[in-house]
Design a binder for this molecule. Structure first.
Ligand SMILES: C[S@@+](CC[C@H](N)C(=O)[O-])C[C@H]1O[C@@H](n2cnc3c(N)ncnc32)[C@H](O)[C@@H]1O
Length: 277
């Protein structure tokens, strides 16, 4: 089977149409990424053209849901990228706490099923203690995938399923004290109320959503990889404006700042992709 290689009129029509019917802005992604994702669905149906696929997609609600999932890949892990979490635990978190900050605000932007937000919460609580954390710390996780948000709010992760590649227990095992923060029951791990009280999840589109403000740290890791350059630039400047002075932006290990944001942010731990306002 040959798949269309160039970005034909049909490709652009499909791109426009899915933006209308999926409540998903396909223009934030670059064409080669979209083509790869479409290809996987075309292969699934053993069809060759975007036009045929659109004929099928517009009638099939289940396929619309599947394509949406395919486009918003939500692979994640607890303590993803251990060296970043080392730096966070040993340098960034103590610094934020020592600033005598009574209103510590953390944003996990593109939080998927919540593992990043809960990982951050455990490290903060470990350093601050539960009572202080309850009074002073707020972590919000935001995403456009409603299934992921619902999963995250439940705060229960199963050892046998989920989005991560490794078993949940192995992912959590990076942090030796994790058992203080979860109830373990028959292979599933549920965060205790002391952690869940601190972490909230809400729907928010990084491109079109309301602008946020007043954060000490913003994590936006492995989210914008497929955004086009212009949107990345706008988003990074939105993050700059959403940080308190001295606030930190943490990107994914394979991501770098670009455009205006590169001039504005200072390098803090560039190897770990941590930047300073
Ligand atoms: C690969 S996951 C990354 C999760 C986590 N940050 C990590 O590094 O493990 C990317 C997440 O970004 C979300 N996402 C994609 N586009 C988004 C947008 N425009 N606004 C908010 N979230 C978005 C996806 O739904 C997905 O859950």
């Amino acid at each position: 089977m040959t798949i269309e290689k160039t970005y034909s009129k049909d490709f652009h029509e499909l791109k426009e149409n899915i933006t209308k019917i999926l409540d998903f802005n396909s223009f934030q992604y670059n064409d080669s990424y979209l083509a790869r994702r479409f290809k996987s669905r075309l292969n699934h149906f053993k069809i060759d053209t975007y036009h045929e696929y659109w004929g099928l997609l517009k009638e099939d609600l289940e396929e619309q849901q599947k394509l949406r999932k395919e486009l918003t890949v939500n692979v994640t892990e607890f303590f993803r990228d251990h060296t970043t979490f080392n730096t966070l635990q040993n340098e960034v978190i103590p610094e934020v706490i020592n600033q005598n900050n009574d209103n510590i605000r953390i944003w996990s932007a593109g939080s998927s099923d919540g593992r990043e937000a809960y990982s951050i919460a455990m490290l903060f609580i470990e350093k601050m203690g539960e009572q202080q954390a309850k009074r002073k710390l707020k972590i919000i996780g935001t995403d456009i995938d409603k299934d992921c948000l619902e999963y995250a709010r439940k705060g229960t992760y199963s050892g046998k399923s989920g989005y991560g590649q490794m078993d949940v227990g192995d992912q959590l095992g990076y942090f030796k004290s994790y058992k203080k923060y979860v109830d373990i029951n028959d292979g599933s791990y549920t965060f205790k109320p002391a952690v869940r009280e601190i972490v909230n999840f809400e729907f928010h589109d990084l491109i079109s959503g309301r602008k946020k403000s007043n954060f000490d740290i913003i994590f936006c890791r492995n989210v914008v990889i497929y955004f086009n350059r212009e949107l990345k630039n706008t988003l990074y400047m939105d993050f700059y404006n959403a940080l308190k002075p001295g606030g930190k932006l943490i990107l994914g290990k394979s991501e770098t700042l670009l455009g205006d944001a590169m001039q504005q942010f200072k390098k803090y731990k560039p190897v770990e992709r941590i930047y300073l306002k």
